[in-house]
Design a protein around this ligand. Sequence first.
Ligand SMILES: [Zn+2]
Length: 223
Amino acid sequence: MNILLFGPNGSGKGTQGSLLKDRFHLAHIESGAIFREHISGGTELGKKAKEYMDRGDLVPDEITIPMVLETLKEKGKNGWLLDGFPRNMVQARKLWEAMQNEGMPLDYVVEIHLGRETAKNRIMGRRLCVQDNNHPNNIYIDAIKPAGDLCRVCQGKLVTRADDQDEAAINKRHDIYYDTVNGTLAAAYFFKDLASKGLTKYIELDGAGDINTVKEALIARLG
Ligand SMILES: [Zn+2]
């Protein structure tokens, strides 16, 4: 089973992705990891990508798309879950064309819906337990609200991660994600349109629920 996963930062996409990966034994392929592996592995595409990155330039799609495809073919032989790519409309079209050329099926496209304000709050509301980073706490999610200033599980001290409090960076990422004309949501809608033609299946989930509710809804839809 090959799945594309869309959702804004803060929607629980990473968590749902790893749950799906375990359940269906998929290779969980994240866009950042694709770049890192090609570069550290010294592949031809990785070398080219590094030249752009060293100059501080964006890696062009002519390099990125084949890199993604190669990784899907190598690591995702028995099914893959692609997360964090495509990021925009142009990449969506090019990825689809490349997959068509390879005869690679796209079984499902999953979109996790979450309003922009809620997504931002969820990121900024994350609190890390210093005793155990598997103790989730979030001041904006009722189910995992901290006990006062302390971890709801073990009463450990809570801290924030600098990245989670960088509002400008969050806004920048969300500007790209929520752009329905050229951005990531436009990419998602490209696949939604393909689904309306019967070329793939499109699953929309309400990300406002708790992790387990979203997970159950997703698994029920995947059959
Ligand atoms: Zn704790």
